[in-house]
Structure formats: structure tokens, C-alpha cells
Design a protein around this ligand. Structure first.
Ligand code: ADP
Length: 399
């Protein structure tokens, strides 16, 4: 079988992440263009894990960033021999997409029609797809959606207690996000437990800057903590997660500002950052908490308490738990967060092995509970590789 190269593009609201993989899972290059639109917009990348290269992008937007990325990869000789396809992370697929798809005009129309559900992300995803279609008109492009894995939620899990016509008219329902990560780590967990994925009950907690947890029964997502947008659910780096919906009006009155200002506060100034007043970065908070910073301690305590409650709630539709999986930057590295969370989960028969937990950091994976406990484990997520894999699989269907 010939080795194929796949370019993976992840256009965020003000960033573009990219990776170039070959079909044997070697990461040939990876990088990030960030602060797009700002004077200090910058592209940084590494070729095969080597030294970091940086390039000022001078206020470039997504188009300028992607052009700089393809030039950097081309200049490094990484396009020699050609690439086979491009895989895109697309944030919102609405109810159109329950799996990854090869992009054509009809797919583009549907991605565009979901833009009102993810106004900062889907338009950026579209710019990336269109520009790469101009640069590589002969290459197939694939869309991998954050929402797709959660399309299996039953209606009673995705329906809000709101007038039903808003669902019909505006698509107002719970969608869920981080689907690529939840799918990957739950598959990995089943494999590690020597269980068939189609006969498994798993809760995955993806804890990065954004955080969500999902109940996965027999390989299908049946409930998840994020909703219409990634603001719902767990406490996150700068996002509030669940709050009393009346807080919008309450704060607008107190602060004499409009609802969009409150939405910005809930997205950008809340969560770990809002409570601690120090940082949205869990590493910084763990360090501060260890030296007695009480606000950092409180932020971590709220984070873990709410996470534990959400995990217990997700056990309800599963009935039994084969494994709880921690992933994402916090899930993979913050042993103290896992400890504080699992200590509150005796209701699920979960007991931490403190030594295993302490050493399962920095890329280590595996079980962190005692032998007679319900299993909790750490698995490193690999969202970009999953996008490359989906792209390769769809490529095979084209040939
Ligand atoms: P993103 O959602 O942007 O992909 P990541 O999955 O990389 O983010 O997660 C970022 C979070 O992981 C940050 O809060 C960061 O502080 C946290 N993190 C990374 N390493 C550690 C660590 N060693 N200890 C505690 N938190 C960590």
C-alpha cells in the first residue's frame, strides 16, 4: 500500500491549527497561526518535531494564515510527491451530518446554513475550505464535525424545556461538541479493556480549555454536557458552563449593558479565570493553589465538584460504567483535578489509586483506580489524527 499524506486544518475563530500526517501516523509537520487579525498575528510550526519556526503574519486573517502555512510546508519540501487529501475540523454540522463527509457543493451549503449556530467558527471553516480548494483544486477535502458524534442523542436528551416551535424554526436544541475526541478516547478505552466497542458503557471527560463530558453506550453518544453552543455544561477555562438563565437579565440590569456583553462575559471572563481572578490555565491555578491561593483553590474546587456531579448524572442513562476516561490537557496532566473529582464519586464505586494517578501525567496513559474500583483511566486524545484517519477512510471510498 502506498503511503499517502493528509493535511489537517482546524480553523478556529482567531487561529488556524494544522498538521501534516502520512498514512502510517507519522506527523510530518504541525503548527499554529494565532492572534489572527491582530498586529502580532504569528505562525509557528515544527517539521517532524524539530526546532520551532516562527513567522510574523502582520494582522493576517485566515486566508493569509493558510497561505503562509502551505508556503512553509511547500518550502520544506513536504508537498514533494503530492498530498492525497485535506481534512477539516468543522465545528457545527447541525442535524445535517452524523459522520464525516467528502466536501462538495451540497455539503458546503449545509455547513453555511449552520453558521448561525456557530457564528465564530463555521464561517472560518468555510474560508479555509474555499481557499484550499483554490490552491489544490484537484484534491478531495473532507469535513469532520465536532457535533456529528452526538447526533445519536435521543430526543429527550437534546430537547430544551422551551416552546417546541423554536426547535423546528431555529434548530434550537442541544448538539454537543468535542465529538471527535469523545469518539476516539471511548474507542481506545474499550480496546484497552478488551471490550467490544459495540458492547461498552463509557463516560469520557474532555478537559482542555473547553470542557465537556459524554455518556457513550455501545459506541454511540447518548448524552453530553455541551448544548446549543459550547457554553453549556461544565465549568471551563473562561466559560461559565451552566448557570441560572436569569443571570443574563440580572447582570445586564446591574452592569447597564446589553445581552451580547453578558454573553461575552460568560464566554471570556468566567469559569476558572472568573472565579480565581488569576488565570484560565489549570497549571497556573494548581501551582497557586499549592502555595495557598484561596481563590485558585476555590476555582479548582468548583471545577471538580461540578465535573463529579456531571459524571454521576451521565451514569444515569448508561446504567453501568465500564470506564471513566480523562483526556485533554487537564484530563491528561492535572493529577490533582482527577483526584479531587474521583474522591467525590464513591456513589459510582470509584476509588483512586493515588500512586498510579500521580504517575499518569505528561503522556502516560492507563488505569488510575484501584483493582476493585469502577475503572477510571487516562487516554491522550488525538483529534488531528482522527481527522486524518477519517479523511483517509473516505478517500478509499472515492477510489
Ligand atoms: P485546548 O482545548 O486548547 O486544546 P488543551 O487540551 O491543550 O487545550 O488543554 C489546555 C489546559 O490543559 C490548560 O488549562 C492547561 O493549563 C492544562 N494543562 C496542561 N498541562 C497541565 C499540567 N501539567 N497540569 C495542569 N494543567 C495542565
Amino acid at each position: 500500500m502506498s503511503i499517502k499524506k493528509i493535511l489537517v486544518i482546524n480553523c478556529g475563530s482567531s487561529s488556524v491549527k494544522f498538521s501534516l500526517f502520512d498514512s502510517q501516523k507519522n506527523q510530518l509537520a504541525a503548527g499554529l497561526a494565532e492572534k489572527l487579525g491582530d498586529a502580532d498575528a504569528v505562525l509557528s510550526w515544527r517539521i517532524q518535531g524539530g526546532d520551532k519556526n516562527t513567522l510574523s503574519l502582520h494582522s493576517a486573517q485566515h486566508r493569509g494564515a493558510i497561505t503562509a502555512i502551505t508556503k512553509a510546508l511547500g518550502d520544506a519540501g513536504l508537498f514533494d510527491g503530492g498530498i492525497a487529501a485535506i481534512g477539516h475540523r468543522v465545528v457545527h454540522g447541525g442535524e445535517f451530518f452524523s459522520a464525516s463527509v467528502v466536501i462538495d457543493a451540497a455539503v458546503m451549503k449545509n455547513i453555511a446554513s449552520c453558521s448561525h449556530l456557530a457564528p465564530l467558527h463555521n464561517p472560518a471553516n468555510i474560508v479555509g475550505i474555499e481557499l484550499l480548494a483554490e490552491q489544490f483544486p484537484q484534491l478531495p477535502q473532507v469535513a469532520v464535525f465536532d457535533t456529528a458524534f452526538h447526533q445519536s442523542l435521543p430526543d429527550y436528551a437534546y430537547t430544551y424545556g422551551l416552546p417546541y416551535q423554536y426547535y423546528k424554526e431555529f434548530g434550537l436544541r442541544r448538539y454537543g461538541f468535542h465529538g471527535t475526541s469523545h469518539r476516539y478516547v471511548s474507542q481506545q478505552a474499550a480496546q484497552r479493556l478488551h471490550k467490544a466497542y459495540t458492547d461498552s458503557s463509557i463516560i469520557s471527560a474532555h478537559l482542555g480549555n473547553g470542557c465537556s463530558a459524554t455518556a457513550i453506550l455501545n459506541g454511540k453518544s447518548i448524552d453530553t454536557t455541551m448544548g446549543l453552543t459550547p457554553l453549556e455544561g461544565l465549568l471551563m477555562g473562561t466559560r461559565s458552563g451552566d448557570i441560572d438563565p436569569s443571570i443574563h437579565q440580572f447582570l445586564a440590569d446591574q452592569l447597564h449593558c446589553d445581552l451580547s456583553d453578558i454573553t461575552a462575559i460568560l464566554n471570556n471572563n468566567s469559569g476558572l479565570f472568573g472565579i480565581s481572578g488569576l488565570s484560565n490555565d489549570m497549571r497556573t491555578l494548581c501551582e497557586a493553589a499549592a502555595t495557598g491561593n484561596t481563590r485558585a483553590q476555590l476555582a479548582i474546587a468548583v471545577f471538580c465538584y461540578r465535573l463529579a456531579k456531571a459524571i454521576a448524572a451521565l451514569a444515569v442513562p448508561l446504567g453501568k460504567i465500564d470506564a471513566l476516561v480523562f483526556t485533554g490537557g487537564i484530563g491528561e496532566n492535572a493529577a490533582t483535578v482527577r483526584e479531587q473529582t474521583i474522591k467525590q464519586l464513591s456513589i459510582l464505586n470509584m476509588t483512586l489509586d493515588t500512586q498510579k494517578n500521580a504517575r499518569t501525567v505528561g503522556g502516560e496513559q492507563g488505569i488510575i483506580t484501584t483493582d476493585n474500583s469502577t475503572v477510571a483511566m487516562v487516554i491522550a486524545t488525538q483529534e488531528e489524527w482522527v481527522i486524518a484517519q477519517d479523511t483517509l477512510a473516505l478517500l478509499d471510498t472515492l477510489s
